[in-house]
Design a protein around this ligand. Structure first.
Ligand code: TYM
Length: 335
């Protein structure tokens, strides 16, 4: 029996190269060895306001990107989170046993919400990690392939599962954090001390998965570097820009660190940037071409999601029934 994997991506806006290397490409790579469940987390997306038509389209587009990136929907289960009702239900059941203090300690919430906004943001944003924990626990996932920024949410999921198991007896498998070997933390091009994110304002902060080649080259050309004139991997924050470019190069070539450093030995930053843009464009071209073909075939995308929801529900409903029984919710009497 293969071990089970679950992971998800929000359908809010375009995906970045960070989403791709930290999640999507990593998923494709692990999908042969694991029993995989990949979900478009539309219920997470609505923790901040969304344009309804944009959200619907975005959900289809992300599905098309999953497929274009190489996820095989015959093999892996691909579904929209809101199509499997158990996600909303388990989120409520888990909410009732989540200490508020745990939620207030989540750094992503604190980063997103300033003090003055605390009164007005939707409660869903605070509760976001509980919904995410439910996503994972419903499938009894062994491992969760996500980027570095999700580490704390995974810890939270483990703590919550343990709390439930302790109170009601063994119910949930305790999942492990499963980051990609390279690319689990891609930084912003304009500020390499910040994670690359789709919600940043600046137009040269993030590389998007569907950026055309000339735009990729332009963004990389403008990427912040330093005055050291030395091309090597480093965890010195002052060298974070060059380190990030090398990480991108390594992620797209799969070369060892020493090989990458040797390749750029004695070369200038201009050359590094040209080569980084080149390997990115070479790798993205086939994905972008497949995406353009896929995305117009709505009937196929809808069929993939319908089939995925059915397969996902079979597992999720069984876990949910067990949870409700353990908590003491009376099951409706059979007719
Ligand atoms: P989202 O949509 O914000 O991010 C999706 C995935 O992309 C990874 N990621 C990155 N990896 C490397 N470098 C970056 N700069 C970068 N930016 C984003 C994220 O780590 C993530 O893996 N909360 C999740 C969605 C979610 C989920 C789940 C994930 C909901 N339920 C259950 C796993 C299991 C999120 O951040 O989505």
């Amino acid at each position: 029996m293969k071990q089970r994997v679950l992971s998800g991506i929000q359908p809010s806006g375009q995906l970045t190269i960070g989403n791709y290397l930290g999640a999507l490409r990593h998923w494709v790579r692990v999908s042969q060895d694991f029993d995989c469940h990949f979900t478009i987390v539309d219920l997470h997306a609505i923790t901040v306001p969304q344009d309804p038509a944009g959200l619907r389209e975005g959900t289809r587009e992300i599905t098309a990107l999953f497929l274009a990136a190489g996820i095989d929907p015959q093999h892996s289960v691909v579904f929209a989170q809101s199509h499997v009702v158990a996600h909303s239900e388990l989120a409520w059941l888990l909410t009732c046993m989540t200490p508020l203090g745990w939620l207030h300690r989540m750094t992503q919430f604190k980063d997103k919400v300033g003090r003055e906004q605390m009164e007005s943001v939707g409660a869903g944003l605070l509760n976001y990690p509980v919904l995410m924990a439910g996503d994972i626990l419903l499938y009894q996932a062994h491992a969760v392939p996500v980027g570095e920024d999700q580490r704390q949410h995974l810890e939270f999921t483990r703590d919550l599962a343990q709390r439930f198991n302790h109170r009601y007896g063994p119910t949930f498998r305790i999942p492990t954090f499963f980051p990609a070997r390279t690319g689990a933390k891609i930084m912003g091009l304009d500020d390499p001390t910040k994670k690359m994110s789709k919600s940043e304002e600046s137009d040269h902060h993030a590389l998007l998965l569907l950026d055309p080649p000339d735009l990729v080259a332009q963004k990389i050309k403008r990427a912040v570097t330093d005055n050291f004139r030395e091309i090597r991997f480093s965890d010195d924050p002052e060298r974070a820009g060059v380190n990030n470019l090398l990480t991108l190069y390594q992620a797209f070539t799969d070369e060892e660190s020493e090989t990458v450093e040797a390749r750029f030995d004695g070369k200038g930053y201009g050359e590094l940037k040209r080569e980084v843009a080149e390997v990115i464009n070479e790798n993205l071209a086939p994905l972008q071409a497949r995406y353009r073909e896929m995305v117009s075939d709505r009937a196929y995308i809808d069929e993939v999601l319908r089939d995925g929801a059915q397969r996902a529900s079979a597992i999720a409903d069984a876990t949910l029934a067990d949870v409700k029984q353990k908590i003491g919710l009376l099951a409706p009497a059979a007719k």
